[in-house]
Write a protein that binds this ligand. Sequence first.
Ligand code: ADP
Length: 239
Amino acid sequence: MTVLLRLQAVGKNFGGLAAVNNVSFDMKDGEIVGLLGPNGSGKTTLLNLISGAHRATSGNISLYGKNISSLRPDQISHSGIARTFQLVRVLQTMSVSDNVICSVAFREKSAWGREAHEIAEEKLATVGLQDKARDLAGSLNYIDCKRLELARALATEPKLLLLDEWLSGLTPQELETGIELINSIQSSGISILIVEHIMSAIRELCPRCVVMNSGEVIADGPTGEVLENESVVSAYLGG
Ligand code: ADP
């Protein structure tokens, strides 16, 4: 299978702190992978490196074999990587539909107008927000804000979606809906790297997990095995 994302000895230092240290792993086209690790282990920093918000201090990141390590976030978005954030970011004073149209137009500047509307409608239907297209984004409840953020990410037509605790804060019932939604997005051919603390969701969604601790990868493999791994258990217990 084609390699989608390749991280080769990726590192990021903040002053004297190695937030990400010598991280290497591949993701295959179509794969969904859980990125786990205790607080402060470097997960969000790694997502920031992949999406271009931070530039790596060392190593290489490539997408379909093309080095993206020194591209700007907008160029990386255009290459096919989208992300959601731990704290939801939507444009509160715009309509739900216009929020998505902005993302479509960001991808394809010529796509203002009717075409952007149609793409926005399609993405809103994917996340189950079609009936709220005309509502103000600021009036949405928590899960609908999360759905909107996902629709905005999907509007850039990513090949790889980075989800940073997208499922956190949902009720048990919403969680089921959220898991189904992520599953259906993956089934549509989008690869997903998911940072999540809810282990039941990780077990359900991800056949494979990569675990970080103190900036380094300490396990990578089938989820069931990785979660039993002694160094993973002791990392979570602070050992
Ligand atoms: P996680 O997402 O696994 O909780 P982070 O990637 O947020 O971990 O953080 C990894 C380490 O890098 C932590 O020690 C954190 O304090 C540090 N860190 C993250 N971002 C910055 C930053 N912008 N400046 C300095 N230190 C940072």
